[in-house]
Ligand binder design. Structure first.
Ligand code: FAD
Length: 414
């Protein structure tokens, strides 16, 4: 089969469908392919947080000692299994070099803007798609240690002048607000504007809009190769035939590094493996989404259950489940919530966050292939910055000035 479309998007996660939805709205004929099922990659079971307050890149100033301590602890929030790998060594080198204040400020400013733009897009989406369960209750960052409280306050300082309001609270104020938390709590920050959604429903909602506008989403269709002639991709070879497109967008999340090899191009994206478990509603069910700072655990109340997510283990295409790390999430949550002695986990899910070493996504044109745009590497923020990425990519493809200067996302920077 040879199919012709305006834009071929590879990857049907939140980034791919956000781009597809925006381009369809603008009248383009789009086709999205995914080697698996729609939205079943990292965009499936994440915490569902739309939290511009968390617009920090992974490498933050002062993280070196902290991350080295965590890296050596197989139950710590950030873990890197010691392995001999050139890709890993190179990734870590850039990661450590990126922990500067100047770089953090630049990155946070752009990521907040991208997240705020996305936020208003999700608010609009919720009007036609109540099934995404957009709920704006704010977010509580809580801690039992001085270091944790300092870290929450420092996050507030980074974002408050960018239009993300938050209030410093002491332990008693937090426990009055959220009685489901086990004491003692030392303190934290309440960010009042943050929201949550059901992440898989968001992907489905965008997909529905794409199909309604005549776009196609082909599941179980894998990109295998690309034909390049005269600095342009002339056709894409997929597992079910050839597709030709005027423009191609690679939105392949943590798989992007391998695909870039087809183009003899380097995309240093590794997977930041995390887990989320869904458990039945607790007797003392929290009312607010909660970030336990020292454990890096994200607790999200849902209508009939609770989602507990956490850990970041740096891996290269390893989807295995490490029970020890899953147990560490449960143990951490148990210290802050009244979990039953035997926890009936309804669903356990693992996803690979696409992590660039400087913590900033890659969005823009490839330097030597004139019709290839990359949109990948959204680390811990792919949902909250997804819809905005859709707008940005559509503007880039149409060569229009966008709401945000995309220079910081330069895909050719490594
Ligand atoms: C535990 C956890 C909690 C998280 N919580 C949040 C949160 O609360 N808020 C937030 O903003 N972010 C969160 N994230 C991060 C977020 O989930 C990711 O940043 C986001 O899902 C990445 O989206 P993506 O579209 O880039 O990748 P994916 O959703 O992984 O999509 C990439 C797609 O590309 C497809 N693909 C790959 N190779 C090919 C090929 N050759 N041919 C065709 N298709 C291909 C894959 O099958 C996949 O479907 C969390 C992540 C984890 C793990």
């Amino acid at each position: 089969m040879l199919k012709h479309v305006d834009v071929l998007i590879v990857g049907a996660g939140i980034i791919g469908v956000s781009v597809g939805a925006e381009l369809s709205r603008r009248g383009a004929k789009v086709c999205i392919i995914d080697k698996g099922l729609l939205g079943k990659g990292c965009s499936y079971g994440n915490a569902g947080w739309l939290t511009p307050c968390f617009s920090m890149p992974l490498p933050m100033p002062g993280m070196l000692l902290k991350s080295m301590k965590w890296m050596l602890d197989p139950e710590g929030p950030l873990y890197i299994k010691p392995t001999l790998s050139f890709d890993l060594a190179q990734w870590l080198f850039i990661f450590m070099k990126s922990m500067t204040e100047a770089q953090a400020l630049r990155s946070i400013e752009s990521l907040v803007l991208l997240s705020q733009k996305s936020f208003s897009e999700y608010e609009k989406l919720a009007k036609n798609h109540p099934e995404i369960h957009f709920e704006q209750k704010g977010l509580l960052m809580v801690s039992r240690t001085d270091e944790g409280v300092d870290s929450a306050v420092s996050e507030l300082h980074y974002v408050q002048d960018l239009g993300v309001p938050g209030k410093i609270l002491n332990g008693a104020e937090i426990q009055t607000m959220e009685p489901a938390l086990k004491g003692p709590i030392l303190g934290g920050v309440y960010f009042s504007q943050e929201a949550t959604v059901e992440p898989y429903q968001v992907v489905q909602a965008f997909a529905k809009e794409i199909r309604q506008r005549g776009g196609e989403i082909l599941e179980n269709v894998e990109l295998k190769d690309l034909t390049i002639e005269g600095g342009r991709i002339t056709s894409a070879l997929t597992s079910s035939g050839e597709i030709s497109a005027k423009q191609i967008v690679l939105a392949t999340g943590s798989w992007s590094k391998e695909l870039a090899k087809l183009l003899r191009f380097r995309l240093p994206i590794l997977g930041g493996k995390g887990y989320a478990m869904i458990v039945p509603t607790l007797e003392k069910q929290p009312q607010y989404p909660i970030m336990v700072v020292e454990k890096k655990i994200a607790i999200t109340p849902r209508r009939n259950s609770l989602r507990i997510a956490g850990t970041l283990e740096l891996v290269d295409q390893d989807f295995s489940t490490t029970q020890r790390r899953v147990k560490a999430i449960e143990k951490g949550a148990r210290e802050f919530l009244h979990l039953p002695e035997s926890l009936a986990v309804q669903e356990l899910w693992a996803g690979l966050r696409p992590c660039t070493p400087d913590g900033v996504p890659l969005i823009g044109y490839h330097k030597s292939i004139s019709n290839l745009v990359i949109a990948a590497g959204h680390q811990m923020l792919g949902l909250q910055s997804g819809a905005g990425t859709g707008l940005l990519v559509a503007d880039i493809l149409e060569n229009r000035k966008s709401f945000l200067d995309p220079t910081i996302f330069d895909v050719n920077r490594f």
